[in-house]
Design a protein around this ligand. Structure first.
Ligand code: S3P
Length: 445
């Protein structure tokens, strides 16, 4: 049975203890993709066994890549790479499920294949824009067919014989950038990508581990001169804990009285660390301990105590660095003193749900003071939230988890419907949340 309704209510006591969030979702996708396309066997530890990443692994299995799971939790695996040109045409459609990153990055991989394949996904993913990746891979020589000119899944793609492009991305998006770089592995000549603002750079950091250099110019232009092969790294790839998952607990600990929480091994890559800076600017009490490196990524432990949060105005230039954490930052803002203002964040409307409207509706149903803007939100903080309501998480994992955090400061329980998608990125969210003292459980039918 799949759980779908989450019941969350006021925290009974303080939040305390320590925890390690699961592996980074973005890096887990990329590690599987590059390992599958490499010559040799790669070992990955700290993999996120969420539904999204399992979709990526399953796609490569369908295309002939052998994957050995090294533990029952599926956090360690060995991938027998088939080389850049060793994938086999799949016998059925490749299903990305709910995973936008899987679908968009796979467009780059499939663009390089001389066979025809069809990429699809669940209802949410089938409604999300794909033109942003269809367009560049077409320009590189792939044939892309799909609904609305290739803007929506299912998309059928036939590739091979790609040529490089100098791509100026209209959006600061790591998915677009990574799609073009992955296609660039199969192209003749140098591929370059420019983005309006820097987005997360895990692809650029991970490709060199597989022997493929990536150049970054002073103006941020990314350059990839294909080496014609990727080589499995000799050392295991270690994936740090996902900062996007850590953010839920950091906000919960900031909001609940007398909290004292330690979160281990969180990625602090500057392109992912924007939420911590926003929270710190809101006067959260977060201390970084034991800073170190895991693979080519910086990590640290976070010690968090409750604090009286204040509203703030987010600099639009910093939006990409916190793009996935805004739902839970809105919760922090709803319970802060003063006004929180976000602009330049229209991308939030095309995530797993329209996150501006989903969060505004859910929090306003609990008595918050939120005004949607086309490209952002205005939140006037209030002291506490009302429970006794049912809200719709819209099948979006981050809305469901953010509202579970909000409920810790409500006056009674909140029913969070359509919450099963938590399993896409954080299957153990509820048990970890309970362990540190959060009041949350799945409805038992
Ligand atoms: C991701 C990039 C971001 C982010 C998503 C993961 C990635 O999307 O929202 O959850 O791994 O590349 P965009 O690139 O569309 O901003």
């Amino acid at each position: 049975m799949k759980h779908n309704v989450l019941i969350a209510g006021p925290a009974a006591g303080q939040l305390s203890g320590d925890l390690t969030p699961p592996g980074d979702k973005s890096m887990s996708h990329r590690a599987v993709m590059l390992a599958a396309l490499a010559d040799g066997v790669s070992e990955i530890h700290g993999f996120l066994p969420g539904e999204d990443n399992l979709s990526t692994a399953e796609m490569f299995a369908q295309m002939g890549v052998k994957i050995d799971w090294l533990n029952a939790e599926k956090t360690s695996l060995r991938i027998h790479g088939v080389g850049l040109h060793g994938l086999r045409g799949p016998e059925k459609d490749l299903d990305a499920g709910n995973a936008g990153t899987c679908a968009r990055l796979m467009m780059g991989v499939l663009a390089g294949q001389p066979f025809t394949s069809t990429l699809t996904g669940d209802a949410s993913l089938r409604s999300r824009p794909m033109q942003r990746v269809s367009e560049p891979v077409r320009r590189m020589g792939a044939v892309v067919e799909g609904k609305d000119g290739g803007n929506f899944l299912p998309i059928t793609i036939r590739g091979g014989h790609l040529h490089s492009i100098d791509y100026v991305s209209p959006v600061a998006s790591a998915q677009i950038k990574s799609c073009v770089l992955l296609a660039g592995l199969f192209a003749s000549g140098e591929t370059t990508v420019r983005e309006p603002r820097p987005s997360r750079d895990h692809s650029e950091r991970m490709l060199p581990l597989f022997g493929q250099p990536v150049g970054i110019d002073a103006d941020g232009t990314i350059r990839l001169q294909p080496m014609q092969r990727l080589i499995a790294p000799a050392a295991p790839i270690r994936i740090p804990a996902d900062p996007s998952s850590a953010a839920f607990f950091a906000v919960a600990a900031s909001l609940v009285a007398d909290a004292d929480l330690l979160i281990h091994d969180i990625g602090i890559n500057p392109r992912r660390d924007g939420w911590r800076h926003i929270l710190a600017d809101m006067q959260a009490d977060i201390r970084l301990l034991d800073e170190k490196r895991v693979g080519d990524e910086p990590v640290a432990d976070f010690a968090i105590r409750s604090a009286a949060l204040r509203g703030m105005q987010v600099n639009p230039a910093n939006v990409p660095d916190a793009i996935d954490e805004f739902p839970v930052l809105f919760v922090a803002a709803a319970l802060a003193n003063g006004t929180f203002l976000l602009q330049g964040a229209e991308e939030l409307r095309v995530k797993e749900s329209d996150r501006i409207s989903a969060m505004a509706n859910a929090l306003n149903a609990c008595g918050a003071h939120i005004e949607e803007r086309p490209d952002g939100i205005r939140i006037d903080g209030c002291g506490s939230l009302q429970g006794g309501v049912e809200i719709d998480a819209k099948g979006d994992h981050r809305i469901a988890m953010a509202m579970a955090v909000a409920a810790q400061r409500a006056d009674s329980d909140i029913r969070i419907c359509n919450a099963a998608a938590i399993a896409t990125s954080f299957p153990d969210f509820v048990s970890i949340a309970q362990r540190i003292g959060m009041n949350v459980h799945w409805e038992t039918l």
